[in-house]
Write a protein of this length. Structure first.
Ligand code: ADP
Ligand code: MG
Length: 250
């Protein structure tokens, strides 16, 4: 569903991704861990083209991201085509970025109504179903400031799902939450994983990685240092850098 091939990305002289390759099969849940500044967020942003890449390729569901192939040559995709590609990829950030002046329901409806031109009635019923799915059926009329961080993050997940993405990217979705609110968000993500959603999850929640992840990737200094079955990597890391990192977070 997602194929990342030899992706490189620099900011000025700083090479942040130094040739990263990763395959995520349909329904796969890949967890990405690594020290701060190792390139995790940049990797996610390269998947949905919030960043351009310097080298390599990214495919989502067989479609090359960001480029069109014409007569054997690659051309940059037109902006409207790029928008269409991005809509297939949901992203959830550490900070929830809900629209503060809109209710939970309106936040979830916004994308389908304005971008996909779905009718208000259809968007409403879909949004209500999604709020129910994330356990917030009774909060549809609440504004973000009336919701806890965990509830806001669940609205943000519902809002992403409203666009019917093929893939969901999560960038440390529980890192900004008070400890007692982490599990309610992880539970929504576990349910999503169990429903067959393809997911790439940057997280420091090793319990989630162990139980919900199919594959664990340890990235350091812009390179995948080690990867494999989560249990295997977590209990028996082979590389010194992985051991050192896990020693700090576990
Ligand atoms: P992580 O998510 O693993 O903490 P990031 O991908 O956010 O790491 O960042 C990796 C490195 O790239 C860091 O050194 C960061 O400062 C740098 N970086 C990220 N985004 C930019 C940017 N837009 N401009 C310049 N440097 C950036
Ligand atoms: Mg990050």
């Amino acid at each position: 569903m997602v194929k990342i091939e030899s992706v490189r990305k620099s900011f000025g002289h700083l090479e942040v991704l130094r040739g990263v390759s990763l395959d995520v099969p349909p329904g796969g849940v890949v967890c990405v861990v690594g020290p701060s500044g190792s390139g995790k967020s940049t990797l996610l942003r390269c998947v949905n083209r919030l960043e351009t890449i310097d080298a390599g390729r990214v495919w989502v569901d067989g479609e090359l991201m960001g480029f069109a192939e014409k007569a054997g040559r690659l051309q940059l995709l037109r902006p409207d085509e790029l928008c269409r590609q991005r809509q297939e990829i949901g992203m959830v950030f550490q900070r929830f970025h809900l629209f503060p002046h809109m209710t939970a329901l309106e936040n979830v409806m916004e994308g389908p109504c304005t971008v996909k031109r779905v009718s208000k009635a259809a968007a409403t019923s879909h949004a209500l179903a999604l709020l129910d799915r994330v356990g917030l059926a009774d909060r549809a009329g609440h504004y973000p400031r009336q919701l806890s961080g965990g509830q806001q993050q669940r609205v943000a997940i519902a809002r992403s799902l409203a666009m019917n993405p093929k893939v969901m990217l999560f960038d440390e979705p529980t890192s900004a939450l008070d400890p007692e609110l982490v599990q309610e968000v992880l539970q929504v993500m576990r349910d999503l994983a169990a429903s067959g959603m393809t997911m790439i999850v940057v997280t420091h929640e090793m319990g989630f990685a162990r139980e919900a992840g199919d594959h664990l990737v340890f990235i350091d200094d812009g390179l995948i240092v080690e990867e494999g079955a989560p249990r295997e990597v977590l209990s028996n890391p082979r590389h010194e850098r992985t051991r050192a990192f896990l020693g700090q977070v576990l």
